[in-house]
Design a protein around this ligand. Structure first.
Ligand code: BES
Ligand code: MN
Ligand code: ZN
Length: 522
């Protein structure tokens, strides 16, 4: 797939569709590109635009066959509304054009904005949306002529991006291409049926990726985890015949500087709830309970080509949560690698247990910035809906940096509080804490549980239970896994790397000896 720049209205040969983005404020149809195109249509284009009442409103569109009057098969006018002011707007626009392209089987498109040029700041989310909308997971379906497997775009041509902005954009174009690969891989892993995508499968896929990309890779099996004392992770794994796998990937630059970042992704390859069994309805999407883990693996896969100076580790405690005669039980008291003892009051609150051992392992590695990503609570979906992830953290600067990264990628993230009043809900009569704080504030008490295991290490927690997976398609994204978080976490690492370099080049202290509290984010 190629992405190239061209001059205004300079449509390269072999283009299936020329998509013209028309905003509402532009006095259509007399002005700008439409007026110029009108010549090729003997004035009939502006007449059509007028007759259809096309004003560039959001959702308005006109698609017409050019019958050879332009160097493309179809011309598509898309209304973008009054203002596209944020990356999120551009991401959604990209998705809607991308899904239109999939339906119309356009494999090469040229894009131009009327009068105004495509804003280089927003090219990245626009292109990401465009590409992601064409993703399909059809590998287990028989070939269907009605719905041919999607092969993505052959070419995307960007018309009218100012000369000065192009060179900057070149590097972001290669990032866009690699990001698309990584996001699609993440979605494939999540969409794969759970009896295939077992912890063993996840570890093998991760290992294969690490070999191809040149990352260090280590997988700890049951015995190795036992020897370390990962009692929380292993308790969850116990009910299943599938062996658990604790995945550890590392990206170690020759000369690393800045904070040592450890990403931890929840890797429950199927969450039945265990003995606190879910309902059939509640279990339906639970193959997606390793989405956080898949996000971490995808971000790790991008690191070798980003060339950061940060040392980054990716951990995925992967297992199934199943009921059986060997399952962990309600009333059990568990001890993990480090941190408080835990009374099990609900075996469906398993994510926080595997993450707790992941976070303790991250601290042992000497991580100075810990970030976990997890489909952790239904309560977070109740609070924020299906499109927004919850952000928690004990470090305001890191949290702000993450929110800014999300603003740049167009993914929706909202910070929720670690309300200390709710900590009482985790009190246990027999252990240091319980694994569930009950109904109220469920996303918060889950985060408060994790907080006990990170202690004072700077830490962020992303609850992606809502946006990671879609029951039904819509808004330009198909049914199933979304790959949520890959773009934002990658952006975050890029931003953290850049700021830790500028801080360090001006500071007298070097590398490891610096204030470890995520100093790079300052
Ligand atoms: N994996 C679920 C959370 C989830 C729910 C993800 C819906 C995606 C969609 C998690 O393990 C879970 O079961 N959480 C419980 C916690 C409760 C028992 C304290 C929940 O949210 O009900
Ligand atoms: Mn659960
Ligand atoms: Zn779960």
């Amino acid at each position: 797939m190629e992405i190239t720049f061209h001059n205004e209205l300079d449509i390269p040969g072999g283009t299936d569709a020329f998509v013209l983005l028309c905003s509402q404020a532009e006095g259509l149809p007399e002005e700008g590109a439409i007026a110029k195109l009108d010549e090729s249509f003997d004035g009939r284009l502006s007449a059509l635009v007028q007759r259809k009442g096309f004003k560039g409103k959001k959702g308005q569109e006109i698609v017409l066959c050019t019958l050879g009057r332009l160097d493309c098969t179809e011309l598509c006018l898309v209304g973008t509304g009054k203002e596209l002011a944020s990356a999120a707007d551009w991401l959604l626009l990209g998705r809607s054009i991308g899904s239109k392209a999939a339906r119309a089987t356009w494999s090469s498109v040229a894009l131009q904005a009327v009068r105004e040029s495509l804003d280089p700041r927003f090219l990245e989310p626009l292109l990401r949306g465009l590409l992601e909308a064409r993703y399909r997971f059809r590998k287990h379906a028989s070939a269907d002529e009605e719905d041919p497997p999607d092969s993505g775009f052959e070419a995307i041509r960007l018309l009218g991006v100012p000369e000065a902005a192009r060179s900057d954009s070149e590097s972001s174009l290669s990032l866009v291409r690699e990001m698309y690969e990584a996001v699609s891989w993440c979605r494939d892993l999540v969409n794969e049926p759970p009896s295939r995508c077992t912890p063993t499968y996840l570890a093998a896929e991760s290992d294969k990726m690490a070999r191809e990309r040149g990352l260090e890779s280590k997988v700890l099996g049951r015995e190795a985890c036992e020897a370390l004392g990962m009692g929380l992770f292993l308790a969850v794994a116990r009910g299943s015949a599938e062996p658990p796998a604790f995945i550890h990937l590392s990206s170690l630059p020759t000369y690393s500087r800045g904070p040592k970042v450890v990403l931890v992704g929840k890797g429950i390859t199927f969450d039945s709830g265990g003995l606190s069994l879910k309902t059939a309805e509640g279990m339906k999407e639970m193959k997606s309970d390793m989405a956080g883990g898949a996000t971490v693996l995808a971000v790790m896969s991008l690191l070798p080509s980003l060339g950061l100076s940060l040392e980054v580790h990716g951990l995925v405690p992967a297992c199934e949560n199943m009921p059986s005669d060997r399952s962990y039980k309600l009333g059990d008291v568990l001890r993990g690698l480090d941190g408080p003892s835990v009374e099990v009051v609900n075996t469906d609150a398993e994510g926080r247990l595997v993450l707790a051992d992941g976070l303790a392992y991250a601290r042992r590695l000497g991580g100075t910035v810990l970030i976990d990503v997890a489909t952790l609570t239904g309560a977070c979906v109740v609070a924020l809906g299906e499109h927004t992830a919850g952000l928690f953290g004990n470090d305001d600067i890191l949290a702000r940096t993450m929110l800014e990264s999300a603003t740049k990628t167009g993914e929706s993230l909202f910070r929720l509080p670690l309300s200390s009043e709710l900590d009482e809900q985790l009190k246990s009569p027999v252990a240091d804490c319980k694994n569930s704080g009950g109904r109220w504030g469920g996303a918060i008490t889950a985060a408060l549980f994790l907080k006990r295991f990170v202690k004072d290490t700077p830490w962020l927690h992303l609850d992606i239970a809502g946006p990671a997976y879609r029951d039904k398609g819509g808004g330009g994204l198909g049914q199933g896994a979304t790959g949520f978080g890959v773009a934002t976490l990658t952006r975050f690492l890029l931003d953290l790397d850049r700021s830790s370099q500028t801080v360090e080049s001006g500071a007298s202290t070097q590398g490891e000896t610096r204030d470890p509290r995520g100093g790079g984010a300052r």
